[in-house]
Design a protein around this ligand. Structure first.
Ligand SMILES: Nc1ncnc2c1ncn2[C@@H]1O[C@H](COP(=O)(O)OP(=O)(O)OP(=O)(O)O)[C@@H](O)[C@H]1O
Ligand SMILES: [Mg+2]
Length: 262
């Protein structure tokens, strides 16, 4: 369980986040949406203890402010909106950093397998800096997957993802989406910042709508993806279409070897 109560962030006297409260359950995908600058990344950074905050936030009962980073690293993996890689690592080495952060053996074969799961087979020896933006994004996603599994020895684990689909083509967006869905279905928790509202509708169990540093609405996809709320939040006229009564969508299956939670 992720529990957030009255969370606020201020930097140099400027309020970036104000009075945010919500809960997120393992076994579910929680999407955070909202316009540019509304505080989505700030919220995720606070939940990673990167930003100082007031209020209370706890993951699986661990106070996020006071729990040691090496303990949190074994509960949750983070995909940042932007990742700077300062050294000339290969793709495989980046994924092995994730394995080590999660307390696993930095096994080359496991890293290569995870890269193949994100459609980067044979990429392990490739220099990270020579990869395309979308390829780099998938290497970082594989690093996060290397760190955590849906359920560990001490309970559910978490993926905290800031715009995991941003630089991906539609096929790879669906690939990442279905892996995230399978992680949640297998008992893990997923919190993902999203801009694409269609993909949010396909993925999310719970949606948090941010505006100007506040959480203005929280609920299921049909509750939050409504004409009025979206039009108000994004300052442009939005009409939500619904599928015809006989219509349906399903995410394609993922080959990730996690069993569904009973
Ligand atoms: N280090 C900082 N110092 C001062 N202001 C900051 C800092 N980081 C973020 N902000 C401000 O905080 C607000 C929220 O930023 P945040 O990055 O959380 O937005 P966001 O919702 O993630 O937007 P986007 O969709 O563009 O990624 C913005 O107005 C931003 O300019
Ligand atoms: Mg952001």
């Amino acid at each position: 369980m992720l529990k957030v109560e009255d969370l606020s962030v201020a930097l140099s006297g400027k309020s970036l986040l104000s009075g945010v409260s919500f809960g997120a359950r393992a076994g579910q995908v929680t999407a955070i949406i909202g316009p540019n600058g509304s505080g989505k990344t700030t919220l995720l950074r606070a939940l990673c203890a990167e930003w100082r905050y007031s209020g209370h936030a706890a993951l699986n009962g661990h106070d996020i402010r006071t729990t040691r980073p090496n303990v949190m690293a074994k509960i949750r993996a983070v995909l940042a909106q932007e990742t700077q890689v300062a050294f000339p690592f290969t793709a495989g080495e980046i994924v092995r950093i994730g394995l080590e952060a999660g307390g696993h053996a930095a096994d080359e074969a496991r890293a290569a397998h995870l890269l193949a799961e994100v459609d980067l087979p044979g990429y392990a020896p490739r220099p990270y800096h020579q990869l395309s933006g979308g390829e780099q994004a998938r290497v970082q996603f594989a690093r996060a997957l290397a760190q955590v599994q849906p359920v560990g020895e001490k309970g559910p684990m978490w993926l905290l993802l800031d715009e995991p689909l941003a630089s991906l083509d539609i096929g790879h967006q669906l690939l990442v989406l279905r892996i995230a869905r399978k992680f949640a279905d297998a008992g893990g928790g997923v919190v993902a910042v999203m801009h694409d509202l269609n993909l949010t509708a396909m993925l999310a169990d719970q949606v948090l709508l941010m505006q100007s540093g506040r959480l203005i609405a929280r609920g299921s996809v049909p509750e939050i993806l409504s004409d009025d709320l979206l039009t108000k939040a994004f300052h442009c006229r939005i009409r939500v279409n619904t599928l015809p009564a006989h219509g349906t969508w399903t995410l394609p299956q993922s080959s990730m070897g996690w069993a569904a939670a009973s």
